[in-house]
Design a protein around this ligand. Structure first.
Ligand SMILES: Nc1ncnc2c1ncn2[C@@H]1O[C@H](COP(=O)(O)OP(=O)(O)OP(=O)(O)O)[C@@H](O)[C@H]1O
Length: 300
């Protein structure tokens, strides 16, 4: 699969603060990537560096096969990283015509892109009459004018009402289905789950996880157990090949599964070993719990 962006140990320091710390990942054509992290985790700084608006401290990145300069490569990139800025008294069409002129793109692209974002019927309305969601959609149309290989969006649904959020997510899916690669930054796990195929989770500028969104939730779950002999219980569980990490908190033992196993199988295994349980529950973390776990771990 064709590579769109390669980031290698990219670092940005502001004085003593390391906003992005040795970050590496690659973006392949046709996927929808989310950079997911809490506020201040370095998402915007990362986007800023690859878009040449923030100077990196160290590390490197290159666009496509690396043969073009970043300046040249960015002509094939569409990005919205700040609030959309259009002329309030000009119509949607007139604003986009201006963008076409600046980008050197033919004006016949305007209607096509307005159609994608559902604004074709409002093409002659003045920008100042648009809702926040419509303004954001116009910004997306504007970023698409040069038929970019990749569309980059920083928190695309921030500040929008539920309907506006839904519309933007639908548009992102539509653009992705047309073959455009997408990279978006978000602090919302739910958004990444709904829209993205791949995710890079960062916290304090450090990458915690990168991979497919569906594989992120591929854990086998865990058991919670109680017994009047937790020491013996732990010893027996440690011998079981399907059980991974075991933790004991007061009278509750938690055993993480390395491979699938049902509660009934575990129960009969323990019974055969002479272990009687007073409590047994199988649980699986939601993606949200895993995300919170991941992002909290490095806080310690
Ligand atoms: N120009 C700057 N000067 C100093 N510190 C900065 C600057 N820009 C960003 N930072 C700091 O770098 C860290 C990362 O900020 P960044 O905006 O990249 O995070 P973010 O994940 O995009 O967060 P948010 O979602 O809140 O925008 C933060 O601690 C921020 O305060």
């Amino acid at each position: 699969m064709e590579t769109i962006l390669t980031i290698n140990q990219l670092t940005k320091r502001y004085g003593s603060l390391t906003a992005v710390n040795n970050l590496s990942f690659t973006i392949k054509k046709g996927n929808v990537y989310g950079i997911l992290g809490p506020n201040g985790s370095g998402k915007s700084t990362t986007l800023g560096m690859v878009l040449n608006v923030v100077n990196k401290t160290s590390g490197d990145f290159h666009w496509f096969d690396g043969s073009d300069s970043t300046h040249e490569a960015l002509k094939k990139v569409g990005a919205i990283i700040e609030h959309p800025n259009f002329y309030p008294y000009m119509t949607a069409s007139q604003n986009l015509a201006l963008v076409c002129k600046i980008k050197g793109v033919p004006k016949n692209k305007i209607d096509e892109k307005l159609e994608i974002v559902g604004l074709l019927d409002r093409k002659d309305s003045k920008f100042k009459t648009f809702s926040l969601g419509m303004k954001q959609r116009l910004a997306i149309a504007s970023a698409l004018l040069n038929d970019p290989e990749i569309l980059i969006l920083d928190e695309p649904t921030n500040g929008l009402d539920p309907q506006g959020i839904h519309q933007i997510r639908e548009i992102i899916r539509k653009i992705a289905s047309m073959g455009t690669t997408i990279l978006l930054a978000s602090h919302l796990l739910d958004e990444v789950e709904k829209v993205c195929t791949h995710v890079v989770i960062i916290r304090k500028g450090i990458k915690l996880y990168s991979g497919r969104v569906d594989e992120m939730n591929a854990s086998n779950g865990f058991f919670e157990l109680k017994s009047n002999d937790l020491v013996k219980l732990q010893q027996i569980l440690e011998e079981h090949p399907s059980i991974g990490k075991i933790t004991v908190n007061e009278d509750l033992l938690t055993a993480i599964l390395e491979e699938p196993m049902g509660a009934d199988d575990l129960n009969s295994y323990l019974y055969q070993k002479g272990m009687i349980l007073s409590y047994l529950v199988k649980r699986k973390e939601s993606l949200e719990e895993q995300f919170l776990q991941l992002t909290n771990e490095t806080a310690k």
